[in-house]
Ligand binder design. Structure first.
Ligand code: PLP
Length: 378
């Protein structure tokens, strides 16, 4: 049985051209980019090329791109920088559906006296811009809202959020991990001050991230040191930066064409499932949803059981965020949406450019069997 991998919001397969681009920098091109002799200078130039690609993808300037170890680091760095830059402002606005790296940082900040407003979402996972504006206070130092949700795929109105932040002179941090490569990003027209992205969601390896930092905003590093123009210490992870640069180059070349095909495949999958299985519920905002994501539930079918049954056919889906999968807790995103998880607990199916129609047909065939098997056992 060939593996069918449908959990691309958790992580993606490293593209072979990314791997090939990285390899020389793990073998013969091992210079330190800070060294001034040729072995270092050549590596430095390659890092510059990667930085240029990322800047182009975000419509940013090269100098605004900081390489980090992962998007979690970028998120924490952006938040800590905002609070250290404005020590007298003790209020932050975020949402109830952010990634764990944001949520856990907020919990920590609450424990040391910060006030955090978690914007609620409606049944479709949407936030209200009116509620956001109402919650802004004189002591708000940061608005931290994601561009796209990892579990239900919602795309949030980042441009409007950025406009509000700018109007009230508040920093805006945007976690764009799930949006990169799927949603066109323009940090200046979106009025984003800091933004995070991650290599392993775009077919580069795990362990490399980016923090975009708008020029001239106040910034305090998380890791002090001379690298990355004093914004992130530590010798650069050269092969991974080059891998990320290559992955971004492929997105730039493709110009979001892959996404159109992925969306057609996702929509085909959902319509086949709805045709063949009764009592199906799909979560999220259908008007503004990532093209690859489907959070789909079957009445009275436990998602964990379903996921394990599918695994026996070498089909890999998840029951929510990969970061939470070891914790036997309901998804905070679905709880925030007011989902009836007792009856409709969803699996998350997330596609990539590597998935095919044949794979989707095999998946749907097994899904039908698995759902009816679980329902019969009841
Ligand atoms: N933000 C979102 C929305 C994510 O989905 C993830 C990863 O699952 C992260 C942040 C963290 O990324 P990383 O694994 O690079 O720390």
């Amino acid at each position: 049985m060939a593996k069918i991998y449908l959990d691309n919001n958790a992580t993606t397969r490293c593209d072979s051209s990314v791997f090939d681009a990285m390899l020389p920098y793990l073998k013969e091109q091992y210079g330190n980019p800070s060294s001034i002799y040729s072995l270092g200078r050549e590596v430095k130039e390659k890092i510059r090329e990667a930085r240029r690609n990322v800047a182009m993808l975000l419509q940013a300037k090269e100098e605004e791109i900081v390489f980090t170890s992962c998007a979690s680091e970028s998120n924490v760095c952006a938040i800590m920088s905002a609070i250290r830059s404005y020590p007298l402002k003790k209020h932050i606005i975020t949402t109830k559906v952010e990634h764990a790296s944001i949520m856990e940082t907020m919990k920590y900040l609450e424990s040391i006296g910060y006030q955090i407003t978690y914007l609620s979402v409606d049944h479709y996972g949407r936030i209200s811009l009116e509620e956001l504006e109402k919650e802004i206070r004189d002591d708000t130092c940061l608005i931290a809202i994601m561009m796209a949700n990892n579990e239900i795929g919602n795309i949030y109105p980042v441009k409007e959020i950025g406009n509000l932040a700018k109007k009230h002179h508040i920093l805006f941090h945007c976690d764009a991990v799930q949006a990169v490569g799927k949603v066109p990003i323009d940090v200046s027209s979106m009025n984003i001050d800091t933004l995070s992205l991650s290599g392993h969601k775009i077919h580069a390896p795990k362990g490399i991230g980016v923090l975009y930092v708008k020029e001239k905003i106040p910034f305090v590093p998380l890791i002090f040191g001379h690298q990355e123009k004093n914004r992130r210490g530590g010798t650069e992870n050269v092969p991974y930066i080059i891998g990320l640069g290559k992955a971004v180059e492929m997105i730039l070349k493709d110009q979001y064409q892959n996404n159109k095909e992925i969306e057609v495949l996702r929509d085909y999958m959902e319509s086949e499932i709805k045709k063949e299985i009764e009592d199906v519920m799909i979560y999220g905002d259908f008007e503004n949803r990532l093209p690859n994501t489907s959070s789909i539930a079957f009445k009275d079918v436990d998602a964990n059981q379903l996921m394990l049954l599918l695994e026996s056919f070498e089909i890999f889906v998840s029951t929510g965020s990969a970061c939470n999968s070891e914790i036997a807790e309901d998804s905070h995103v679905l709880v925030a949406c007011g989902a009836n998880l007792g009856q409709y607990s969803p699996i998350r199916v997330s596609l990539s450019k590597f998935n095919t129609k044949e794979e989707i047909d095999i998946f749907v065939k097994h899904l039908i069997q698995c759902v009816s098997m679980i329902r019969r056992r009841k």
